[in-house]
Design a binder for this molecule. Structure first.
Ligand SMILES: [Fe+2]
Ligand SMILES: [Fe+2]
Ligand SMILES: [Fe+2]
Length: 412
């Protein structure tokens, strides 16, 4: 994959869908924030480029929040002492991702009071953009109890009044004035309906040109999301990154090269993106899962498949990533695909995933020694679950793969 034409607008929407999964109770928080911020920017006559950048920043503003627990705190009060952590984390993630790095500063200060922003050495435009995110974010927190109901029209004046009482201290007066003006129209609030929201967001991207992203940039986008997923639990630190490295090396051992090799790596990075929806209480649970919890856990690979279909529509990435829990006997999930229809790349990612997970400690067991892992994998081959050739390649270079699994090898 030297480069690929990517519809960045559509990709950010899809990534925002993935992030939305963290919300559970009030999904689409990011999209509502984006849309409201866009309307306020439009009211203020901001130029097209700035409106679009606020739209994307809105969709991604909480990318530093990986834990459902953390998200709940953020949505329960107007200000919260621990809010800065997710701003710093989000900015750090975005900075490392070239196509989106220009949004890092907006995200960095999106819970900083206006009166504090004025004291920081930032440009006035940046202050306004980041404060607009803060404002839209807090409007959303106040409107959540009335979502999808006309009651929002009754509550709207109270929401405006509440936020205006923070003029000049939490929020810039000119932003509040534009919001108050817009808030008088019922349309502003009713457009938050989930169906309308998706339609409007798509529409705004109609004239946005596709961008050509090189493989390195695509990998950084994938890495951004793998970091968010892996941050859900201390047990899965760097899991996706390690799986991607192992899968890439295994694929290379099989002679896979060029674009296919790059896609294996990206699929490895994103294989668990659907896990954003799974509560960390389940991921971190020390004992065995109840059937309800298992069902919640198991849906992640299907969610991965669907999310990646939107971003990487014309590639093998959705399939290679989404099928990582299938097995040769057709007893995996979510498609029950039989072994003979599983592409080699899928089988490689499955083996890499299991191998890395066994090498890493989990809440219910310690990380296993290499010899025990090999025994276990060979048993799975005998049982007809895992691909014997893939496991054999791994065993032939076991020490090297074990190092990759444990993160001893630096990642370039
Ligand atoms: Fe936030
Ligand atoms: Fe937020
Ligand atoms: Fe998984």
């Amino acid at each position: 994959m030297d480069s690929q034409h990517i519809d960045l607008h559509r990709s950010v929407i899809s990534l925002s869908c993935a992030l939305d999964l963290v919300g559970i109770d009030e999904v689409k928080h990011g999209k509502r924030v984006a849309m409201m911020a866009w309307h306020i920017a439009d009211k203020l006559g901001w130029p097209e480029a700035e409106r679009l950048s606020i739209l994307y920043a809105g969709m991604l503003h909480d990318c530093g929040v990986a834990k459902i627990r953390e998200h709940r705190q953020l949505t329960e009060s107007l200000e919260w002492d621990g809010a800065e952590a997710h701003c710093l984390r989000g900015a750090e993630y975005l900075e490392a991702c070239p196509p989106l790095a220009y949004l890092a500063d907006e995200i960095r200060y999106h819970h900083t009071r206006w009166e504090e922003l004025l004291l920081l050495p930032l440009s006035q435009r940046l202050r306004l953009r980041t404060n607009l995110l803060f404002l839209a974010d807090r409007i959303d927190v106040l409107q959540v109890p009335y979502l999808n109901s006309e009651q929002i029209l009754v509550a709207a004046p109270r929401i405006v009044e509440c936020l205006q009482s923070y003029s000049g201290c939490l929020f810039a007066p000119e932003l509040l004035a534009a919001f108050a003006e817009l808030a008088r129209s019922q349309a502003f609030w009713l457009a938050m309906d989930p169906d309308y929201l998706d339609e409007d967001l798509r529409e705004l991207g109609r004239d946005v040109a596709e961008v050509e992203l090189g493989y390195a940039a695509l990998r950084e986008m994938a890495r951004l999301f793998s970091r968010i997923v892996d941050a859900k639990s201390p047990y899965t630190e760097q899991h996706s990154e390690r799986v991607a490295q192992i899968a890439r090396c295994l694929a290379a051992d099989f002679g896979i090269a060029g674009s296919d090799l790059d896609q294996v790596e990206i699929a490895g990075l994103l294989h668990d993106i659907g896990k954003l929806r799974v509560s960390e209480d389940i991921i971190d649970k020390p004992g065995s899962l109840t059937s309800d919890e298992r069902a919640c856990m198991q849906r992640h690979s299907y969610d991965t498949f669907r999310i990646l279909q939107r971003v990487f529509a014309d590639s093998k990435i959705p399939e290679w990533a989404g099928l990582h829990h299938e097995n040769l006997r057709g007893e995996g999930y979510p498609f029950k695909t039989l072994g003979k229809s599983l592409e080699l790349e899928c089988r490689i990612i499955s083996v890499a995933d299991i191998f890395q997970a066994l090498a890493q400690s989990r809440p219910y067991r310690e990380g296993m020694h290499l010899a025990d892992i090999i025994d276990h994998l060979q048993q799975l081959v005998e049982d007809g679950v895992l691909d014997g050739e893939v496991v054999a390649k791994l065993v032939a270079n076991a020490d090297r793969y074990y190092e990759l699994a444990q993160g001893y090898c630096p990642i370039d």
